[in-house]
Ligand binder design. Structure first.
Ligand code: PSV
Ligand code: MN
Length: 404
């Protein structure tokens, strides 16, 4: 009897000393959070492109997130952006999520869009505006309490566009005191994730520009504050896997926003242009995850808006790309790698990573999905389901969420 593609791969991996059932177990436990803002109409600063069937409100965004989970099996939570997802009945929204078999993930305050934030939020020269921003974040802690969310995910558009526009040190202090007040409102099981970005919408300076500034402030705040890495927020060529390793080693990596730097952030599918970079990032994540002496609790989230691709399909594709990267990282022969590193055998060390990255893990992922009672090909199964046709018929009208 001839072997299946999965059996051949499993045999080959076992020969390398990889425990395939452990790998499958970890793949089944993978957890990727999708963003509610990935399901509504969105755009660039040049315009919003409406899509047929785009979700028009939080309820519909939850339906889409649940659909992505239904077909992938590894996207069980959805991140909310406030006020885009505001409701006057959080209990009902939480119940809707539970009925759809998903949970509410990170809560993202929005302190960048309203008119008063033109010159910044917590670093705004106007004290009253700084207070409004702090109050909005405190309101979001209340929403965490109401929804059972444990992550407050913070990103600030604060920065300046011109030399001399503001006093850097004063802004640094405003940022810290604001975050301190919000930090103090967290309960012990909640944490604050601090996201940095070195450009956009301010281009002269950004108040939390890089992992160093985010790390410093998170360290000063305390254990419940950690850094969030968004793949789109670095200068081109940055070695992100090094940042990952460094922050993990300090117990300060709390969250991820996956996307692709090619289009700054937001829209381009994770792993579409740079699968090698993604594999190397996952290699660091998995190395830490498998290390019994290292504790990690990282929220893996996608931050993409899908302005061009059909949104639910693009989300399924992104989740699948992250499964692929995870699977490749799980099959790295870490003993052989450690040996090559210890002996200074650079080529051999690199070849260990290459071997994993070049392995076709599709049969492994298909097997995992079947064992999770999912279709082995999530995208095709979704396309056949008729969901898209149904939402196109049902969702007529509605503007651009956030960007409208
Ligand atoms: C900012 O560019 C960012 O990455 C932050 O995470 C925001 O919350 C998100 O995008 C909004 O799209
Ligand atoms: Mn982000």
């Amino acid at each position: 009897m001839s072997s299946t593609r999965y059996e051949l791969l499993a045999e080959d991996l076992e020969k390398q000393g990889i425990n395939v059932s452990e790998v499958k177990q970890l793949l089944k436990q993978q957890h990727i959070e999708t963003p509610s803002w990935g399901y509504g109409n969105s755009g660039t600063r040049f315009g919003v492109f409406s899509q047929e069937g785009a979700a028009r409100n939080a309820t519909e965004r939850l339906e889409d997130a649940a659909t992505v989970h239904k077909y992938t099996g590894v996207a069980p939570t959805v991140a909310l952006h406030i006020p885009w997802d505001i409701t006057d009945d959080w209990e009902a929204l939480k119940q809707q999520a539970a009925d759809l078999d998903i949970g509410i993930g990170a809560i993202n305050p929005n302190v960048f869009q309203d008119q008063q934030y033109k010159l910044g939020s917590v670093c705004n020269p106007d004290e009253g505006i700084r207070r409004q921003a702090i109050n909005h974040m405190l309101e979001c802690v209340g929403i965490m309490n109401a929804t059972g969310s444990t992550d407050l995910s913070l990103w600030f558009a604060d920065g300046t566009n011109f030399p001399g526009q503001a006093n850097f040190r004063q802004r640094k202090q405003w940022m810290y005191t604001a975050l301190q007040e919000v930090y103090q409102a967290l309960s012990p099981d909640q944490r604050m994730l601090i996201e940095y970005k070195f450009f956009e919408p301010a281009f002269y300076h950004t108040d939390l520009a890089d992992w160093g500034t985010a790390y410093l402030i998170a360290s000063k705040l305390g254990e419940q504050a950690q850094v969030l890495i968004d793949l789109g927020h670095h200068p081109q060529g940055t070695n992100i896997e090094f940042i990952v390793a460094y922050l993990i080693d300090e117990g300060k990596l709390g969250g991820f926003h996956f996307n692709c730097r090619k289009y700054a952030d937001d829209d381009l599918t994770v792993g579409s242009v740079n699968p090698q970079e993604l594999s190397l990032i996952y290699h660091e994540l998995v190395t830490a995850e498998l290390d019994p002496n290292t504790e990690t609790d990282i929220a893996y989230m996608i931050d993409q808006s899908h302005n061009l691709k059909p949104k639910v399909e693009a989300s399924i594709q992104s989740v699948c790309n992250l499964q692929t990267a995870y699977a490749r990282a799980l099959i790295v022969d870490r003993d052989q790698l450690a040996e090559a590193q210890a002996e200074g055998e650079i080529i051999d060390a690199e070849r260990v990573l290459q071997r994993a990255a070049e392995t076709d893990v599709r049969p492994l992922l298909e097997q995992v999905r079947v064992e999770m009672n999912r279709d082995p090909d999530p995208l095709t199964a979704y396309r056949k389901s008729g969901y898209y046709k149904q939402i196109c018929q049902a969702r007529v009208g509605g503007g651009g969420q956030g960007w409208a």
